[in-house]
Design a protein around this ligand. Sequence first.
Ligand SMILES: Cc1cc2nc3c(=O)[nH]c(=O)nc-3n(C[C@H](O)[C@H](O)[C@H](O)COP(=O)(O)OP(=O)(O)OC[C@H]3O[C@@H](n4cnc5c(N)ncnc54)[C@H](O)[C@@H]3O)c2cc1C
Length: 518
Amino acid sequence: MILTRAQDIPEAARQADVLVIGAGAVGIPLAVTLARRGLRVTLLEGGPAEPPTGHEAANAGPSTGRAYDGLVSGRMKALGGTTRLWGGQLVPFSVSDIEQAAFPGQPHWPFTHADYLGHVGQVYDLLGIPQDARDPRAVWSRMSGAEAAFGPSLEVGMNLWLPQPDFARLFAAELSAAEGPMVITEAEVERLEFGHPGRLDAVHTSRGSFRADRVVLACGTIEIARLLLRAAACEPACGFAGNEHLGKWFMDHLHGFMGELHGADPEAIGNLFDYVHHRGLRFGVKLRLSDDARAEQGLCNGVVTLNPRMGLKQGATELLALLTRLFSGRGSPAATLRHGLAMVRITLPLAWRYLVRRRSSLLFSSGVAIGVEFEQLPSPQSYIFLDPAEPPATAKAGICWNPGGEEMRTVQALAQMLSAELTARGLGEVRIDPRALAGDPAFLDACHDAYHQMGGARLAASASEGVVDHDLRVFGTDNLFVAGAAVFPSGSFANPTLTALALTLRLADHLSGAGAAR
Ligand SMILES: Cc1cc2nc3c(=O)[nH]c(=O)nc-3n(C[C@H](O)[C@H](O)[C@H](O)COP(=O)(O)OP(=O)(O)OC[C@H]3O[C@@H](n4cnc5c(N)ncnc54)[C@H](O)[C@@H]3O)c2cc1C
């Protein structure tokens, strides 16, 4: 049931088994799953039921280190959270992401890759992804008739795009149902009150106070760190005031363009990189580092994309000329026929390609840009902080984003591997940015963040290494948990939400006692 500001909050909603703070990509699935299992769940959402205009202003805060766009533009405060903005691409972490430390001293993930895939399967069940669409490499091989390996060090990887990415809509029926979680909108959490050492007694919001046996922070990486840092500064009994990892090890993915492909055969490139359509789902194609190459060369993870540059202006001009002739009755029948045939020549192969081969490409391609997306190595120099210009109780969050430069070995390796493979296959002439080819950290100036905020409350075996334990409980507390990419000890290159959801459903098992039975 959704209770907006116009509706009174029943007393029963103020005392729950589990209080989930934040109704976004992970908060909604967590609340829905726990309610299905019979727990009394209250879901507190700081924003309104529909996205407000000018939402970015509320996200503003200080930014030091590299320019970090995601602080302001990469978050939405409304029911559905950032799924109101996101693309909905689901990408699993690879074996090396989960089982191989990205840098010496990095805390381990709390499961093997096989166990992780079990939780990913739970996510796919929840989101209604059909069984035979769950292994992108198998889909790729089936659709293209080719091996997923692309030379010794690269392999084809695919992103699955959710057909309905907005979780406020995807879960609308369950959120509105009487037996679903109690969803309270415009209930901005302002204070976590710890009456007894390590015990969260009450959550104070702009719509009054709430209590629960267990409380889960699911309000996005930056806000999770803000609320924890705030409690550490203002609540002497919180149990984690001295944790030196709070807010630290903040990560995002780095995106940039590292070169161009010239003289490429569009048909051959299209066969490799055009979108794949299968069972009503769309998959984007990328080339990723193989696990073996990462292990041999000690690289962080990364992926390259080939992006057709669109001559949209040229295509739009053709289309406009045709439509004008058709609908205005102007121009000779011969000219209209000529334009009509030109459009048929463009659209017929595209229609055939989509209907028969289940592939689709960007229209009017006039060149190929080579994109690179890569992992940021975790570093304590990259962190979330409370704005020192304000009192801690009300301070906004700020970001110091500091990729160290060590990541450039991965960019350099990807550039060399891609050049070698495309040249060997006669797919065109590769021209790489000299900074990328040399592994020069100056290339980072041409990169930007990806709105994939991770870390700040990383998981670890002990409080001397991280903020939450392997059950995602905040060290030093009895009943406070964290859900989301905030707990990641490393970031891969893969869009983070599928993995955040896998950890969240694992947490749901723990909170509902289903884990032992599984
Ligand atoms: C343009 C864009 C494209 C993206 N594309 C992808 C993609 O394709 N694939 C992918 O994996 N990721 C993508 N992401 C990232 C993805 O959106 C986030 O990783 C994901 O939404 C994080 O989920 P979350 O539940 O932790 O946070 P959110 O989805 O941000 O939800 C947090 C919720 O908490 C609420 N909240 C915040 N503060 C409070 C408070 N004090 N009290 C109560 N409630 C509060 C917010 O209003 C919000 O509803 C994209 C992001 C952007 C911006």
